[in-house]
Write a protein that binds this ligand. Sequence first.
Ligand code: 6PG
Length: 247
Amino acid sequence: MTPDVQIFERPAQVAQALAQLFVDSGRVAIAEQGNFRVALAGGTTPKTAYELLGDEPLRDGIFWKDVFIYFGDERCVPPDDPQSNYRMANEAFLSRINIPLGNIHRMRGEDEPQTAAASYARVLVEDLGSLPRFDLILLGLGPDGHTASLFPGTSPVTDDALLVRAPFVAKFQMHRLTITPSVINNARHVVFTTEGEGKAAALAAVLEGAYEPEEYPAQIVKPTDGTLTWLVDRAAASQLKNTARFS
Ligand code: 6PG
């Protein structure tokens, strides 16, 4: 499957495209089924897009009461910690939109990791069923080819029945919480955003290199019955050999 890779000149255009895609996907899902269940990416790349979601006009482009927010991964820190993905998203837009607090489901990074993973898995099953199917999952790409918190060296390619895992990530000397590939690949739409020269080697390896998912966990992402889209800037795309096939 050739993924849909959209290359933009500047990061601001990537952010605008992601924010617009969020609203467009949400409106379709709400029209079809009355709700929109989305798992947010963490890190820094999506922050600008999240801020756009908290500003007019996009803030007014969707009925937030029908939007249900989850997270694809979280650092094992309290929600007010500067490293917290929840804190980043909350400051960027969740605290600035008219969304019922009960619609936001953060991962409890402050809890014991395995306990937090198990309790989040229960939330997913209660809300989305035994194999959750998100309408949209947002992902980023690390310079080492990781996505969510599926890192090289943490046995990312597991087909176990777990929905949420709590790997210890040696490079950060901390545990993380992450949805698993079975959840990611069951989504209707998966969208990566990747920006900057620092990601160029990883992006080229993931999109054009040999299939080595233990080394490049982002390669695991192949939705079984859904779409896969990459929104990237020119710098991140700079090592791609064959961009002709991409838009
Ligand atoms: C996290 C993310 C992670 C992120 C990549 C890219 O918790 O850090 O979920 O997978 O998307 O590491 O991070 P940046 O956007 O900060 O480059």
